[in-house]
Design a protein around this ligand. Structure first.
Ligand code: CA
Length: 223
């Protein structure tokens, strides 16, 4: 998952980047409202965290702008104090959830995951498509009830495909959403990961869980 973190407190922003990255997410950081609008318009995110009190352009104006230009990913706002007015203003500008500072990282992570799965139409934290169950809390995958072992990259790839079940997902999109900028952006790497994931999901070769659409990308074919 690719996350935009908009926060002008450098220490907090750094900490969020480190922890979200450690949890397998690709993180972009913006430290003022102008940068937030640049990143928010330029790239496609799975979710964004936006502090309301920002230099240059305030967080509420950033959210209004992003919604005006049809950016639909979920947005969680951070409010500096426990002010109900800030929460209402942020939600009315187009945010989906809020968290008052200071907060526990675990609560932020749980809320972000809930927003992402809701945006994809899943209510349960266990994503179920066909015979595949992906538990986003335990990070475990079962095929027809049997647990299979995936590496972190394979897990993230399957999670992304399951969150976009009816879509052809290009290699570029997978690279942008699953691999940080310092990771080698070689499309062969994606092919290798998809190949391994296919074999683990379907050792007998009967289920054909991921279809390759030539020249376009991959589509989950579980149903
Ligand atoms: Ca601030």
């Amino acid at each position: 998952m690719r996350v935009l973190v908009v926060e002008d407190e450098a220490a907090l922003a750094q900490q969020l980047e480190e922890r979200l990255s450690a949890d397998g997410m690709v993180v972009d950081r913006a430290s003022d409202g102008r940068e937030a609008i640049y990143y928010g318009e330029e790239f496609d995110y799975d979710v964004a965290v936006i502090d309301l009190g920002l230099p240059k352009i305030d967080g509420v104006a950033v959210i209004r702008h992003l919604r005006e230009v049809e950016r639909r990913y979920p947005i969680l706002i951070l409010t500096a104090r426990d002010s109900w007015q800030d929460k209402v203003t942020g939600l009315e500008a187009g945010a989906d959830d809020y968290l008052a500072k200071p907060f526990q990282y675990e609560e932020l992570l749980a809320r972000l995951k809930a927003l992402v799965r809701r945006a994809s139409g899943f209510a349960s934290p266990v994503l179920r498509i066909g015979s595949v169950d992906l538990d986003t809390v335990a990070k475990e995958v079962r095929v027809s009830g049997e647990r299979i072992d995936l590496t972190a990259y394979e897990y993230n790839l399957l999670e992304y495909l399951m969150l976009h079940p009816n879509k052809v997902v290009s290699k570029t999109e997978l690279t942008e959403h699953l691999y940080a900028q310092d990771f080698e952006r070689d499309s062969n790497v994606i092919e290798v990961f998809v190949g391994r994931l296919r074999r683990k999901l379907d050792p007998s070769g009967e289920m054909r869980p991921i279809t390759t659409i030539r020249g376009q990308g991959y589509r989950l074919a579980l149903e």
